[in-house]
Each structure stands twice: as C-alpha cells, then as structure tokens.
Design a protein around this ligand. Sequence first.
Ligand code: SAH
Length: 247
Amino acid sequence: MRRYETLSVFPEVFDGYLGSSIMGRARRDGLCEFVSHDLRDWTHDRHRTVDDAPFGGGQGMLMKPEPIFEAVRDISSQFATAPHVIFFSPCGRRYEEADARRLLQHERLLFVCGRYEGIDERAYDLADEVISLGDYVLTGGELAALVVIDSVVRLIPGALGDEMSAEDESFGDGLLEYAQYTRPASFEGREVPEVLLSGDHARIARWRQASSLVRTACWRPDLIERAGIGAEQVEAARLLVGDGHVD
Ligand code: SAH
C-alpha cells in the first residue's frame, strides 16, 4: 500500500483535509495510508526547539538541521522501503502534473515541511528533490505537501471512483480541459453550445478538442508552444467553436 508521510511542526493540519472526501475515501478503501510526524518528537531539550537565528544576521528564524536529520533517518528506517524524500522551497523546481504522475510510481513518499524563514541549507542533503509550487511565498510547507499529496492520490487507480477519470483532464495531453456544461441548457440567456446537446459523439469529440485548443491558446500560450501546435490549427479550432462559451 502506498504510504504518504509528512514531517512538520504542525502535524495536526493534515487530518481534516486528508480525512475528507476523496483523500479520506482513498485511505478507507486501503489505497494509501497517511502519517503525519511531529518534528518536535526528535528534539531533546525541554522547549522542544526546532529553530534558531541565522548565522550572518538577518530577520527571522531558521529550522535547525539536527532534528530534521534525526527524524528523516529514523522515519526512513521504519519500513523496508526507504521513502523518496521531498523538501519544499520557493527555490525548488516548479511542480506540474507530470511530476504527480512520476511521484505516483513511488510506494513511499516523505514530505519535509519548512516553516519560519526556511531550513538550514545542510538539511537539503537529505532531499531526493526540492519542489516549489510557484513563484510566491507561503508561511509553511504544509499546504505544499497537501497539494502534492492530493494531486498524486487522485491518480491512484480507483481513487476517483468509477464516475470520474483522471485521464481526460487538463494537462493530460499537455493542454487545458475543454469547456463543460451541465443543466439547465439555457441559463439567464446563456446557452450551452448546441453541439453538446446533439448526441453526435464524433462531433462532440471534435468540438471538445477544438475548445481545449482555443482555451489553451487564450490562457496558456506557453503550452501551445510546448506542444508544437501551429497558429493555423488554433485558428481552425476557433472557427469550429465559434465565439463565446470558451473564454
Ligand atoms: N525564506 C524562504 C521562504 C521560506 S517560507 C525564501 O525566501 O526562499 C517557509 C516554508 O514554506 C519553506 O521552507 C517551504 O517549506 C514553504 N514554502 C514557501 N513557499 C513555497 C512555495 N512557493 N512552494 C513550496 N513551498 C513553499
């Protein structure tokens, strides 16, 4: 069974999210297990200290290396399979869907969550990889760990249930997802594209492919470039979907 573990000074923040909805069901169904470790369990002083002032001066506190080294070594040796160890930092590599698919291949992941001004640089020697969620700064790595865990768990076969599939979504083919609609077919003068009501599955598939292209060209032209899609193809897609309903 897949095992996803976090190491943090706020271990209590994981329970609510990982116990709810699809994450909670995945655990109950035995698809994976979540364990949140308290970094302070690996301190040895009365105050359970995990931070200290930075050498060279400057504001704020840094996480000390000793408890992190001790904890990661200890946790790693608890099972036959050593975990793939992930640290978080705005200085890490930017996370994307392809990483979720790659991380799914690991039986055991350990997420080390920073706090304060970050972590003593030497602790990164323990990391198999360092992930950034994006170009902004969070107060801690816990949300980053939840984001990565969520994006990986939903890819475990069976996690989304029969009614949903992770195949047909944004980034699956390198593009954004097509526009989707549910009832009512007409809402305050906004109409669902007629083709989706036609029952003609080949036409619907063509429309969806075109919608996906047009939306990606509008919001994420970088992905169009990455996929090597030409301007003529985008233009043809625009003609097919018409205006409205896509952006
Ligand atoms: N001083 C650091 C930021 C520390 S923020 C800097 O300027 O680079 C404290 C912790 O929050 C980090 O150790 C990391 O675990 C987490 N964090 C902050 N921003 C993040 C981001 N963009 N992606 C992933 N984790 C982040």
